[in-house]
Design a protein around this ligand. Structure first.
Ligand code: SF4
Length: 465
């Protein structure tokens, strides 16, 4: 249940008047914590354009931790949110060590040809003896990161220990044996240089006198309908990507979001976007999602704040992210090495929030009320207009969402087999054999038009034809 301290009811999550009460509760919560920030929020809502892009990013980043605190308190889940924050903090030494020790020191000191000559097993034995734990998985990598951090406090006294750690890191990152041992971790990895003609590994074989190239068996992922072909990354993997990002919004160069311009535009014109070596236009995220900003929040340990940031531009993140599109990655500032894996990082944020008690309600709430959305923090009043959205792919369902929040009643239709619907008992019954009868369509239309569904929360209705 919602925390009674706010005097709100669960039904408030699902009505415009209730959401306005939630917004007011947030404003006073913010005012109590930081009155100057509350004043900045009020001014920004009155005139969002006056902030400029960087000013808006800075304001939203300052607000996001307050959104996280408020949501934790609103849903009375402070202990669970604190546990998630602590789990993120706990992993922080990994990313500092990766940047400062593994990538800057070890890989600069020992190139691949030298590291290939090291006796990795012997180095590992000696290191494990000093660490007192197996150098395996995230716990082993964390022990390494913490211990190297300790040794670094007195480098002169621990010169031999540090040398051992650097040699091991160089071996682990650059040799096939080391890579295989640390495949599941994050510490002993470096971004690959991109060779656009060899983006994926292939193996050659000859069958019946014919040359063939195929993916290595451990790389093959067979697609079944709309299901994901991999389980997605874990918390350490998501944080690894957020820390790999260099938060380009601070220089207003976040090409993942706004695209990679060819050259500076002539005043009054728009610069064309660069193209990838395959001729793909590097226009960045089609939704202009605040990617750099959510990475910064995530790296600083604010999962709920990061999700609020994502939801400003991409409220249907549950359907995009790791599942659909990677235009953002293609336009990442890293063009010559692995780009930041934004979809994985984004989906991990969502999964971590969904795993909290009331996680679904929190995500759902942020798609209707979002204080980081300066232009439309709340749904608008019903307009009485009804809109038919034809085609409920990512563009269609995102459009439908915005139309709903703009106060219109929306009916969505789609002409393809909605295989994913079979996972949902409600939709399964309505889309048996992936085809909906005219009566089903009529009943959806009736429900969309009924007075009880006449609010902006009708939701889209999808069906096959
Ligand atoms: S994802 Fe890439 S382009 Fe975007 S902010 Fe991070 S490093 Fe920069």
């Amino acid at each position: 249940m919602l925390n009674p301290r706010f005097g709100l009811s669960f039904e408030d999550l699902y009505s415009i008047a209730g959401l306005a009460r939630i917004d007011a509760a947030f404003a006073s919560h913010l005012g109590e914590a930081e009155s100057a920030l509350r004043a900045r929020l009020d001014a920004a809502r009155a005139d969002p354009a006056s902030l400029g892009r960087l000013g808006e990013s800075e304001l939203l980043i300052a607000l996001a931790p307050h959104v996280e605190d408020f949501l934790a308190e609103l849903f009375a889940i402070e202990p669970e949110v604190a546990t998630l924050q602590a789990a993120q903090r706990e992993l922080a030494p990994l990313f500092a060590c990766k940047r400062q020790v593994v990538q800057r020191k070890a890989l600069n000191r020992y190139k691949a040809d030298v590291a290939g000559g090291f006796d990795g097993a012997a180095l590992r034995d000696e290191l494990e003896h000093k660490l007192g734990v197996a150098l395996q998985g995230i716990p082993g990598e964390l022990a390494y990161a913490r211990q190297v951090g300790e040794w670094g406090r007195d480098e002169a006294a621990h010169a031999d220990d540090i040398e051992l750690a650097l040699r091991y890191a160089a071996w682990a990152v650059q040799t096939p044996e080391g890579k295989s041992l640390h495949k599941a971790g994050v510490l002993f990895k470096a971004p690959r240089k991109l060779d656009f003609l060899r983006l994926i590994p292939v193996e050659h074989e000859q069958r019946h006198g014919v040359d063939m190239w195929r993916m290595p068996a451990d790389h093959l992922r067979r697609r079944e309908g709309f299901a994901l072909t991999d389980p997605g990354t874990d918390l350490a993997g998501g944080l690894d990507q957020a820390n790999y990002c260099i938060w380009c919004h601070e220089q207003q160069k976040d090409s993942c979001s706004s695209g990679m311009p060819e050259k500076k535009p002539v005043e009054g014109s728009t610069a064309p976007f660069k193209k990838s070596p395959f001729g793909v236009i590097l226009a960045g995220c089609p939704l202009d999602e605040k990617i750099s900003e959510f990475h910064k929040l995530r790296a600083e340990g604010w999962a709920l704040g990061a999700l609020a940031m994502i939801c400003v531009d991409n409220p249907l993140v549950a359907a995009t992210g790791h599942r659909i599109c990677n235009d953002c990655m293609k336009a990442c500032i890293y063009q010559k090495q692995d780009p930041v894996d934004i979809p994985q990082a984004e989906t991990r944020v969502l999964k971590d929030v969904l795993a909290l008690p009331w996680g679904f309600e929190i995500y759902s709430l942020l798609t209707r009320w979002n204080p980081l959305n300066l232009r439309r923090p709340l749904p608008l009043a019903p307009t009485g207009k009804r809109v038919l959205v034809v085609g409920t792919g990512p563009a269609g369902f995102t459009l439908a969402h915005h139309l709903l929040n703009d106060g219109h009643t929306v009916v969505g239709i789609d002409g393809v087999s909605l295989r994913w619907a079979s996972a949902s008992p409600t939709l399964r019954s309505a889309t048996s054999a992936h085809y909906a009868s005219r009566s089903t369509i009529a009943s959806w239309r009736a429900s969309a038009e009924s007075p009880s569904m006449g609010s902006p929360f009708v939701g889209t209705r999808t069906f096959s034809s």
